[in-house]
Design a protein around this ligand. Structure first.
Ligand code: NAD
Ligand code: SER
Length: 323
């Protein structure tokens, strides 16, 4: 049975991955590292927790030793739009945490999962059907940390045999914890406005296509890649994965099928628009499908239906977790 440490377990992914990992590997085998509020409801009661600033290698090493960890899910990062406002912090958290995880993993023989992103691509990457192996010259600090992270993770695998694996997540849509300041956040925020019958002001232009994924598929990807047969992996850091690609108009139209009175207007955020324009429209994820069986369950229609149903249920019980 794995002994898992999740670093950054209170964020958009971690708050749901922690439940899923506990359900698979057992409550006592999953240790949730936290850094700063907000904390998900019931976080401290749900299982074992440990405070970790991942930019401090001693804190990572102490937790790995104390809990006899063999697998680290490293989710600490500053997302794209926020990192552009504080590039030094984006670099320190993105790369500092990763280097610490890799060094500790090397010493204590842990496997390491660190998500990369569609942000690892840039303006001169082919935007349509973006290949697995292609030009990666991002012009955001977030993207630079992702490319550097992919390369150094492969380096630790090739040089020292550290079992590093990763996926390039697209924008993630979820309904438990709000996203942490990314360019794709609009695709979550729009649902909260729709179920409240409020107008949504979209920060990206119509026609801005990006890859997206519903959280249940993102969690499956994180678990499946870490369980994959290593003999079948030709790539490691990092695999393109996607589930759907849409622009704001397509998403708006799909939500309106469920909430006909919903209204969306545009007020373009130049920073987010520039970032989104530099990212792929849709990635080719065939290597993930071939090498470890990637096969998402949710398309735009299924995700939209589920998001609206869950958020309506939350509203009905007066749960206040809104933009
Ligand atoms: P998030 O912003 O919601 O959560 C990040 C977590 O990192 C938070 O719990 C925060 O407290 C923690 N953290 C920040 N500084 C830390 C530090 N010094 N030490 C320890 N923890 C620290 O991010 P997320 O959306 O959950 O993303 C997790 C990973 O997935 C990141 O690497 C991100 O780049 C990647 N990713 C996310 C998306 C997405 O749409 N959410 C898409 C692509 C890739
Ligand atoms: N959702 C993330 C962001 O927009 C993509 O990595 O920053």
């Amino acid at each position: 049975m794995k002994r898992i440490l999740i670093i950054g377990s209170t964020g958009q992914i971690g708050s749901e991955l922690s439940w899923k990992l506990r359900s698979i590997y057992g409550e006592s085998n999953v240790i949730c590292g936290y850094f700063a509020p907000p904390f998900p409801e019931g976080f401290f009661e749900a299982g074992q927790t440990v405070k970790i600033d991942a930019t401090d290698i001693n804190q990572v090493a102490d937790a790995v030793k104390k809990y006899q960890i063999d697998t680290i899910y490293n989710l600490a990062a500053i997302l794209s739009a926020t990192a552009e406002k504080n590039p030094q912090l984006g670099w320190d958290v993105g790369i500092g945490s990763l280097m610490n995880c890799l060094d500790v993993a090397r010493e204590y023989h842990c496997a390491v999962f660190t998500p990369s992103s569609i942000g690892a691509f840039g303006s001169n990457t082919p935007h349509k059907n973006t290949p697995q192996d292609t030009i990666q010259r991002p012009n955001t600090v977030y993207g630079i940390t992702k490319v550097a992270g992919e390369l150094i993770s492969d380096y630790y695998y090739e040089r020292w045999g550290v079992d590093t694996r990763s996926v390039r997540y697209p924008g993630l849509i979820s309904n438990l914890t709000l996203p942490g300041g990314g360019t794709t956040d609009y695709a979550v925020e729009i649902f909260y406005k729709a179920v409240k019958n409020e107008k949504f002001v979209c920060p990206l232009r119509a026609g801005t296509f990006m890859d997206m994924m519903y959280m249940p598929d993102a969690l499956d990807a994180a678990i499946q890649i870490m369980e994959a047969d290593p003999a079948k992996l030709k790539h490691r850091n990092s695999f393109n994965i996607t589930a759907m690609s849409f622009d704001p108009e397509r998403l708006y139209a799909e939500i309106k099928r469920h909430i006909p009175g919903f209204v969306m207007e545009y007020d373009i955020d130049p920073l987010k628009q520039a970032i989104a324009d530099s990212w792929p429209d849709n990635m080719d994820d065939s290597c993930a499908r071939i090498e470890w069986g990637w096969n998402p369950k949710y398309n735009l229609e299924a995700m939209t239906k589920d998001m609206i149903a869950i958020l309506k249920k939350k509203m009905a019980v007066g749960n206040e977790c809104y933009f």
